[in-house]
Design a protein around this ligand. Structure first.
Ligand code: FPP
Length: 252
């Protein structure tokens, strides 16, 4: 049973956290609008978004969540203005430079899903260094989706399976759900139990399409830079009140 208090938490907390999801995935949306509302450049919103990443990572680790997947840059985000893309590409280095001691202290293991090879050299190096430095940590697995697109991921899985069949490792009739899952970037990760999207939009935006077949969805109006530990706690409370039937019946 978990009961945590932070200074921002309302005093009259009605419920305790009794059921912690194993895997939480987050579409961190609203950085740009957050900044615009304050007459600031969009990149300031991304900078504040990075601070939220640090805060929520520490909190997720403290709560005992095992996997946290964060949608940091999609295959479609390359279409943004050059300056914004450049800034987003600098963020992993900025973040890991300042956050590494706390990641180590909290025993957090950094991982990445997406096409890392196509990232600028300095971004790729920052990410690979973080993966290497944290590789022996055994706590929260913090998975950044970077240059990630679910359709790309599925195409890459189909190609790998086609090659395996061509090499006669197995035949078409052997293909099962497990064959597909084990050829996705997320092969070693359980499916998300809870998917949160901040900032009011209610869409999936090419994120983990296969993996969220039975995830619980939670949409909040709060923009990512304003997302607090308290908001996260409330999302987990809502999750624990959901009745997950996975297409079956709940006999209770
Ligand atoms: C969506 O907000 C957010 C992004 C495309 C970038 C997410 C990146 C971070 C939160 C920074 C941390 C990342 C790393 C790798 C350290 P938006 O710009 O689409 O917001 P808008 O919909 O209001 O325009």
């Amino acid at each position: 049973m978990f009961k945590f208090f932070t200074k921002n938490r309302p005093k009259e907390r009605k419920q305790e956290l009794k059921k912690i999801p194993t895997h939480v995935a987050i579409i961190m949306d609203g950085n740009g609008r957050w900044a615009k509302k304050r007459n600031m450049p969009r990149i300031k919103g991304h900078y504040e978004g990075m601070q939220t990443v640090k805060k929520i990572t520490k909190y997720a680790s403290k709560l005992g969540i095992k996997y946290l997947t964060l949608y940091a840059f999609s295959t479609e985000n390359w279409a943004r203005p050059k300056e914004e893309v450049s800034y987003l590409m600098e963020l992993p280095e900025k973040m890991f430079n300042s956050f590494m001691p706390e990641l180590m202290e909290n025993n957090v293991k950094v991982e990445v899903i997406g096409v890392v090879e196509k990232l600028p050299q300095s971004t790729k190096k920052a990410v690979e260094d973080a993966i290497e430095k944290t590789k022996n940590n055994t706590g929260l697995r913090l998975i950044f989706a970077l240059n990630y697109g679910s359709k790309d991921e599925i195409i890459s899985a189909v190609k790998k399976i086609a090659l395996d069949i061509k090499d006669e490792k197995y035949s078409v009739s052997d293909i099962t759900e497990k064959t597909i899952s084990s050829n996705l970037y997320t092969a070693n990760t359980p499916n998300p139990d809870l998917l949160i999207r901040t900032s009011g939009e209610q869409r999936i935006s090419n994120f983990l399409l296969w993996q969220i077949a039975y995830s619980e969805f939670l949409f909040t109006e709060v923009a990512w830079p304003d997302f607090t530990e308290d908001e996260f706690y409330n999302s987990l409370l809502e999750y624990q009140n959901r009745d997950r039937r996975f297409g079956g019946l709940n006999e209770n």
